[in-house]
Design a protein around this ligand. Structure first.
Ligand code: DAH
Length: 346
């Protein structure tokens, strides 16, 4: 195409380029104009037989046309891209009014469900819900609980101490929160505390280095009997295992912070792998540690008046396992989706 024609057509080509509505049309124009065999590209052939004077002026025209075409093409490319994004977003907009039939919701873990329901149960009965730190000092976890440094009972807890921090450890029992409550809250006390506890135990089907406990402490100025403790335990078990058919057995035991100390068993039977609490059961299941608060504990917390109290603690993981027929504690923590699905938590 002669150069004059080329210049005449430039306007038309630019308008055509800017008028395209699809990448396909734009690509076609691009290849027709500046592709290998395109009109503008071929026009450069004229330079081959031109004098050096002509080369200068022809070259200027040719480059101007080529650059104008290229500029229009890249401008249009950008416009088409932007348009495509807007269209995509339009189509992808979320319709919040759509029904949610096929949506998948997560659920609460069995342990979370248990902890929440235990908390609600005690809160509804007027107990205070207390919290304490998992990284604790020796004083709250042992000393004040009448378990000084060289007390043999310390050996039964394989404790994780924090490196480089004297007397700091991961609490081995939620009984530490008893001490915090006795020091900070006035008498009377009716409290529970739920949380994580840690012991350096090898992970197996029945042990985990991290587990959950629920602690209960009741203290008053009026004499409190062991019968009160028994009725509290019975009420709780009836609630948790959803039965009124609860028979308990108290066995003498030893904890440094209670006197007398007892371990509590509950009559039960196994039914299809699940444990069922029943008064006609043929088995006794060890349920918790409990006792009447040792006077030294009150003294250690600066309480010098005459007060009375009982305390007990459950392993929550164990209760959840018993209630659901779960035999391996590791399943509670390894987040296997199939397992979680089976128990309705995912
Ligand atoms: N803290 C004890 C443990 O983890 C359990 C326990 C026993 C708690 C007797 C108590 C109690 O409050 O009175 O082994």
């Amino acid at each position: 195409m002669p150069l004059v024609e080329l210049e005449k057509n430039l306007d038309y080509w630019v308008r055509s380029i800017l008028g395209t509505t699809s990448h396909k049309d734009l690509q076609k124009l691009k290849s027709d104009l500046i592709g290998k065999l395109g009109i503008v590209t071929s026009a450069f052939g004229i330079l081959a037989s031109a004098s050096s004077e002509q080369k200068k002026s022809y070259g200027a025209v040719l480059n101007r046309v080529k650059e104008a075409v290229e500029k229009a093409i890249s401008q249009q490319e950008k416009k088409l891209n932007d348009y495509a994004i807007v269209e995509k977003l339009k189509n992808e907009s979320i319709d919040v009014s759509l029904p949610v039939e096929n949506c998948k919701f997560g659920g609460l873990h069995l342990l979370t469900q248990a902890m929440r329901s235990i908390r609600n149960y005690y809160q509804a009965r007027g107990f205070t819900i207390m919290d304490g730190p998992e990284v604790e000092t020796d004083f709250f976890n042992f000393d004040a609980l009448n378990t000084p440094k060289h007390h043999p009972a310390r050996q039964s807890h394989d404790t994780f101490y924090i490196e480089g921090m004297n007397d700091t450890l991961l609490r081995t029992q939620t009984s530490s929160v008893q001490i915090r409550t006795l020091i900070n809250n006035g008498i009377p006390i009716r409290m529970i505390s739920i949380g994580k506890t840690y012991r350096n135990d090898q992970l197996d089907a029945t042990h985990s280095p991290m587990f959950h406990q629920m602690e209960c402490l009741v203290v008053g100025r009026e004499p409190i009997s062991i019968g009160y403790l028994k009725s509290e335990l019975k009420k709780f078990l009836a609630f948790f295992f959803e039965t009124n058919d609860v028979v308990l057995r108290f066995r003498p035991s030893f904890f440094p912070f209670t006197e007398p100390s007892i371990e509590v068993d509950c009559r039960c039977t196994k039914n299809g792998g699940k444990l069922v609490i029943t008064s006609v059961g043929d088995k006794w299941l060890e349920i918790c540690g409990a006792g009447m608060v040792h006077p030294n504990v009150f003294k250690n917390c600066g309480i010098n008046e005459q007060v009375y109290g009982f305390a007990f603690a459950f392993g929550i993981d164990r209760l959840v396992m018993l209630k659901n027929g779960i035999t391996d504690i590791r399943n509670l923590f390894n987040l296997d989706q199939r397992w979680l699905k089976y128990y309705g938590t995912c």
